[in-house]
Write a protein that binds this ligand. Structure first.
Ligand code: LZ1
Length: 494
């Protein structure tokens, strides 16, 4: 009897699991989901997806199922959008439907739905509006963002001078410079490049991105239910963010003591002022946890992405000296050598602008975007996507869409130039994503790329210690982000 009931119990469990696993089938009876490979219970499409190479696996599925398809990362259903047309129709034409943030377990766990990047609903709307206006209006009283970037670009050029034309790996110095710009905006001050505290902070972020792109972390995002109980580097990532969180919390408390609501010194001060204004509001989204998490996301989103793009860009110039030469010529013609570049120079420099666009296109910083989700049951191209379903807008497939770029796999600034050599916009240029959740740092990033790029090339000619034919411009890693291979360069003063 005992044995029988035990067996029965087991059988019921198995049935339950199978039923749960297949639950999506019955749930979707009201509408058709986009096509996709048949998932297994619990495992989903694990067998069709290589966690070492998620992006490649998804591109393969596109060949079989078309530019809109469904996959299951474990139990998580994901609708994948490929190419300009599909991404634009979803994120722009049905902007409200696709304005949710998906769950990236390896990030969401620490953020726990706080801060501007990983929240949803009214909290997200309020934090986004605040962050956008605060970043946009930064001129108020104190120095503008442009001035902060210009100052940092000059400090970076000085560091380049110290290498005296000998080969060096630009990774660390670039990430310090870019990180300093964010520091100046959120904390009110930059740091010396050898400041201990600054280096610690900076290492926390670099490590976070490195660990976050390793296979166990990708697996974690697929199977967080299991991976959170297994040992492995995925847990390190959380420790790094905790270190940053503590630092920012301490900093915010210190600034509160000396706050002058009439003269906010930085982003944190602006948030503190907003907290005071909303003190009476019991439903306010402006409280310490959201301050810390919003600052944290701006801090770390603004550091690795931009410094990696610059690093990839310098590598591409080493590979194509003739492109670098034309940029030098344009800088000479428009700016000269005696004054600091500013944003008014950009419209006069179509070639440089095209090169920077092409660098961003080629770098493909976020191949699968940052996961979205649909905010309600959504009709899309005759399919029904149930509320809460994750959506991957494959930005990499848009940036290499053969319908929009003549030679998608080749680095060629002509992609952004017309016959007269004037800058030519391309609607498929969307490295910052599009729709209601496009990158809120876009304007900042574009200023930084232009000002740092031109300031360095105004002062230096690049030289590669190895022949340019031997330079490998294919990425070292394509995961949540794209990372170029490491390299050494020489900066010869002009
Ligand atoms: C982001 C970045 C990193 C992680 C999440 C969102 N936006 C960089 N820009």
């Amino acid at each position: 009897m005992e044995l029988l009931s035990g067996t029965l119990f087991l059988l019921l469990c198995v049935c339950g699991v199978l039923f749960l696993g297949l639950g999506w089938k019955s749930k979707d009876s009201k509408g058709r989901l986009p096509p996709g490979p048949t998932p297994l219970p619990i495992l989903g499409n694990f067998l069709q997806l290589d966690p070492n190479n998620m992006i490649k696996s998804l591109e393969k599925l596109r060949e079989a199922y078309g530019s809109v398809f469904t996959v299951y990362l474990g139990l998580q259903r994901v609708v994948v959008l490929c190419g300009y047309k599909a991404v634009k129709e979803a994120l722009v034409d049905q902007a409200e439907d696709f304005s949710g943030r998906g769950q990236l377990p390896s990030f969401s766990k620490d953020f726990n739905e706080h801060g501007v990047v990983f929240s949803n609903g009214d909290r997200w709307r309020q934090l986004r509006r605040f962050s956008l206006t605060t970043l946009r209006n930064f001129g108020m009283g104190k120095r503008s963002i442009e001035e902060r970037i210009q100052e940092e670009a000059q400090c970076l050029a000085e560091e380049f001078h110290k290498t005296q034309g000998t080969p060096f790996d630009p990774t660390f110095i670039l990430s310090r410079a870019v990180s300093n710009i964010i520091c100046s905006i959120v904390f009110g001050n930059r740091f010396q490049y050898d400041d201990e505290k600054f280096l610690t902070l900076n290492n926390l972020i670099t490590e976070r991105f490195r660990v976050g792109s390793l296979p166990p972390s990708q697996l974690y995002d697929m199977f967080s239910g299991v991976m959170q109980y297994l040992p492995g580097p995925q847990h390190e990532a959380f420790k790094q963010l905790l270190g940053l969180e503590k630092f920012i919390t301490r900093k915010a408390k210190a600034q509160e003591e000396t706050l002058d609501p009439n003269a906010p010194r930085d982003f944190i001060d602006c948030f503190l002022v907003k907290m005071q204004q909303e003190k009476e509001n019991t439903n306010t989204e402006f409280f310490l946890k959201n301050l810390v998490m919003t600052t944290l996301t701006i801090f770390f989103a603004g550091t690795e992405s931009i410094s990696t793009t610059l690093r990839y860009g310098f590598l591409l110039l080493l590979k194509y000296p003739e492109v670098e030469e034309k940029v030098h010529k344009e800088i000479e013609r428009v700016i000269g050598s005696s004054r600091t570049p500013n944003m008014d120079d950009r419209p006069l420099m179509p070639y440089t602008d095209a090169v920077i666009h092409e660098i961003q296109r080629f770098t493909n910083m976020f191949p699968s975007g940052v996961a979205r989700c649909v905010t309600r049951d959504t009709q899309f191209r005759g399919y029904t996507i149930p509320k809460g379903t994750e959506v991957f807008p494959m930005l990499g497939s848009v940036l290499r869409d053969a319908q929009h770029f003549a030679r998608p796999d080749v680095f060629d600034p002509q992609h952004f130039l017309d016959e007269k050599g004037q800058f030519k916009k391309n609607e498929a240029f969307m490295p910052f994503s599009v729709g209601k959740r496009y990158c809120l740092g876009e304007q900042l990033a574009r200023k930084e790329l232009f000002l740092i790029f031109t300031s360095i090339l105004q002062n230096f000619r690049f030289k590669s210690p190895i022949p340019s034919e031997q330079i490998d411009i294919s990425p070292m890693l394509v995961g949540f982000v794209t990372i170029p291979r490491s390299y050494d360069m020489c900066a010869i003063p002009l």
